[in-house]
Write a protein that binds this ligand. Structure first.
Ligand code: TYD
Ligand code: MG
Length: 464
């Protein structure tokens, strides 16, 4: 008889399971992410025994008219920036994953949310597996006074946590972090793929069964054997990632999955002495302190969810010293930048292959909207010719392979954001301009372009 297998290999990035080790994960194509874990007596990871929420066997099919929806199912977090990313507040019985690098501010944000919720009369339980009660108190002292029904529990054993939740019956539970939680009947160590999945399965049952909103903190891990939050993405209702550079003070909360609202919404916060503060007009914030009259810097407009954000695109083009020109893209897609440079080379006859090029979205933001294409192209040309672009101009438009400038969505909203921030002119796709209603025309000069050449000609100061 074949010996039963006692270990298996899991990808700590995406959770792919395999019976043998592999250098590259076949599912997410990451290298060196397979780790060996014991697979003792347990269910298959990620499989929940009975799906809670009334879906157990015996439930009858119903018509949608018979299902009632309560408006008050949504609880506001006290932060508009966070509510919007969640899809207008917290949904009772939902499971929310908050991922991000260690030290980015996940615990701080959630503690502040707990304070707001408790202040508004909700019953909240904050479970920490990472910090002692003293450490939490020190953090709480920094963010201000905490009142109301907010209780703390330092525990990592999920069976005990489940008991505590059933006894306390809170409305909202925070679990900080999922990588520290464990179940005794799973043989692998806390933080392993199977533990993290199994723990999330338990929390899912608690959330759906008791109608409690559960927030799970997940650290994004670069090395080691600790499973990353991506392993859980498919199990939870909502996935939020906290991004930003540690050195910069602002933080962006991005919704990448949401069963209760639109994805790709972002919320902007600033890390201050007293915790995180909301940034309500991010465009103004992101553009503050930018160099005016410098070549290679242009202002672009990207739609993040329902909100237009103005940001600065910078390019530096310099003569190459080696046979192979260097290219880098920070905050945007490297391949896209290469493609745009090829368009410039082929369609506009700039000898880009003789130049190194560095493209950067200022402030450590990550933006991949195709509407940035035209701004990247104009930043490159501006740097190449060393001609500054009018600092009061915003630029957006998608660029195709034959150098044509294609329409982008929600052009009107982008233009009105520019008007709001006092911009004087806007370079946009002609197609989008044609579709726009004549509302903004008086407030801002709109230059429609249908190909890259026309846009580049507009840069020439003598033509403006
Ligand atoms: P933290 O919430 O502990 O990060 P995470 O839970 O994501 O690991 O954030 C800690 C960082 O935030 C730390 O570098 C200190 C900083 N911080 C402030 O700048 N101001 C504050 O009021 C607080 C509470 C933290
Ligand atoms: Mg923390």
């Amino acid at each position: 008889m074949a010996k039963a297998k006692t270990t298996a290999f899991f990808c700590k990035e995406c959770g792919y399971e395999s019976s043998k080790w592999m250098g590259q994960c076949p599912a997410c194509k990451e290298w060196n992410t397979m780790v060996e874990e014991p697979v003792g007596k347990r269910e298959l990871p990620g499989r929940i025994k009975s799906v809670p929420g009334g879906l157990r066997s015996g439930a009858k099919p119903v018509k949608l008219e018979e299902v009632s929806l309560d408006e008050q199912d949504r609880i506001t977090t006290g932060y508009r920036e966070l509510d919007r990313v969640l899809g207008d507040g917290i949904v009772a019985g939902s499971l929310v994953l908050v991922g991000g690098d260690p030290g980015i501010g996940k615990s701080t944000l959630l503690l502040q949310v707990c304070r707001n919720l408790a202040g508004a009369g909700h019953k909240v339980l904050y479970i920490s597996g990472e910090e002692s009660l003293k450490q939490i108190k020190m953090r709480a002292n920094r963010i201000g006074t905490v009142t109301g029904e907010l209780r703390f529990l330092c525990e990592t054993n999920l069976d005990l946590i489940e008991e505590a939740i059933r006894a306390e019956q809170p409305e909202i539970v925070i679990v900080d972090s999922i990588q520290t939680m464990y179940r005794e009947d799973v043989s692998s160590a806390p933080g392993s793929v199977s533990q993290v999945r199994e723990s999330t399965g338990v929390l899912m049952q608690i959330a759906k069964g008791l109608g409690i909103a559960v927030f799970i903190v997940g650290h994004v891990t670069k090395e080691g054997v600790v499973a990353g939050p991506r392993v859980l993405e498919h199990m939870v209702d909502t996935v939020l990632y906290f991004e930003g550079e540690r050195s910069a003070s602002y933080r962006i909360l991005r919704g990448v999955k949401n069963r209760f609202g639109s994805t790709n919404e972002i919320g902007v916060f600033e890390m201050q002495e007293q915790g995180l503060a909301e940034v309500e007009n991010p465009s103004e914030y992101l553009l503050s302190g930018r160099p005016e009259e410098a070549s290679g810097a242009v202002v672009a407009c990207s739609m993040e969810g329902t909100r237009p954000i103005l940001l600065e695109v910078q390019a530096l083009v310099t003569q190459t010293n080696f046979g192979m020109p260097r290219r880098t893209a920070a905050g945007t897609d490297y391949n896209r930048v290469n493609l745009l440079m090829a368009v410039l080379e082929k369609r506009c006859h700039y000898e880009m292959s003789r130049y190194d090029a560095y493209v950067n979205i200022a402030g450590g933001l990550k933006m991949n909207e195709p509407a940035l294409d035209l701004a990247i192209i104009l930043a490159l040309v501006s740097s190449l010719k060393d001609v500054p672009v009018n600092p009061r101009t915003i630029i957006f438009g998608e660029v195709g392979l034959s150098g044509e400038v294609r329409a982008v969505s929600q052009a009107e909203q982008r233009v009105s954001e520019a008007v709001k921030l006092g911009f004087e002119s806007c370079i946009l796709p002609q197609v989008s301009l044609d579709k726009m209603k004549a509302g903004q025309n008086g407030k801002i000069a709109l230059y429609g372009v249908s190909n890259v050449r026309e846009a580049i000609n507009l840069l020439d100061p003598r033509r403006r």
